[in-house]
Design a protein around this ligand. Structure first.
Ligand SMILES: O=P(O)(O)OC[C@H]1O[C@H](OP(=O)(O)OP(=O)(O)O)[C@H](O)[C@@H]1O
Ligand SMILES: Nc1ncnc2[nH]cnc12
Length: 250
């Protein structure tokens, strides 16, 4: 028996901005909204093992490479094609957005990091001191992003994983309850931090991380994710913290 997964391509929107609090940032180009081409998505195999049927990304052009907004748009397509969806995981009613194919594809993974780095370079005139990443999937994107920007990475972890003095806070998830911690000496008062995760759903995790860093008197410049589930209105919860996502899903 073959179970087809939902095919709902994201809204591709370059230069998507946070709702509020963006005054500290320079305006970024906004070439408008386009729909991603329908991707073939994925199927579940006989034993329930998922296999991605998306075709490989198109070979790069042999002539001059695309530039500017065009290049960013094709990078975004590369990323969008490598996100697949599983209904009813980890609980009935949840449509799980799976980034595993993106991590397996070096070009798409690289494109995601470059797009996030470009956004931060365009948006912040002041130096960012640290990228803070959220346990666990924020650890996949935070360190390469920090490396790309030539800055350090700070892990914000689930409870009980960090040694030494920590501060912690509990929060609600789309599918549960959890607690986040950061080491007390991770950030000096006034240091500028951007929080990175793979996905924004209800905004509970990102909002808890923001409060945690603010309790250390960090200057939290922005929250950043690859994916945003817009119907859950997470970014409203984050206001006035600016928020940016590469791909939005309803
Ligand atoms: O906006 P929210 O409703 O808070 O949901 C988003 C969070 O949920 C997922 O993490 P999860 O807690 O499932 O942990 P994981 O990264 O360890 O898989 C995701 O990676 C985000 O961190
Ligand atoms: N729908 C979803 N897909 C993937 N990760 C999530 N984290 C919270 N909600 C999620």
């Amino acid at each position: 028996m073959r179970l087809f997964l939902w095919l709902d391509p994201p809204i591709l929107q370059l230069g998507s901005r946070g709702l509020a609090g963006g005054a500290r940032r320079r305006p970024a180009p906004h070439p408008g909204q386009v729909r991603a081409p329908a991707s073939p998505g994925a199927v579940l195999g006989e034993r329930g093992v998922a296999s991605l049927l998306s075709p490989p990304p198109p070979a790069p052009a042999q002539s001059a490479p695309p530039r500017g907004a065009g290049m960013a748009e094709s990078q975004l397509q590369l990323v969008a094609r490598r996100v697949r969806s599983f209904p009813d995981f980890p609980k009935p009613g949840i449509l799980f957005r799976d980034i595993s194919p993106l991590l397996k594809d070096p070009d798409a993974f690289k494109a995601s990091i470059e797009l996030l780095a470009d956004h931060l370079r365009e948006s912040h005139e002041t130096k960012i001191d640290y990228i803070a990443g959220l346990d666990a999937r924020g650890f996949l994107f935070g360190p390469p992003l920090a490396q790309k920007l030539g800055i350090g990475f700070v892990p914000i972890r689930k409870r009980g994983k960090l040694p030494g003095p920590t501060v912690s806070t509990s929060y609600s998830l789309e599918y549960g309850q959890a607690e986040l911690e950061v080491q007390e000496d991770a950030i000096e008062p006034g240091q500028k931090v951007v929080i990175v995760d793979d996905l924004l759903a209800t905004g509970g995790t990102m909002s808890a991380a923001c409060k945690l860093l603010q309790s250390l008197k960090a200057d939290v410049l922005e929250g950043l994710t690859l994916l945003e589930l817009t119907s859950l209105k997470g970014r409203e919860k984050l206001a006035p913290m600016p928020f940016f996502s590469l791909l939005q899903y309803n």
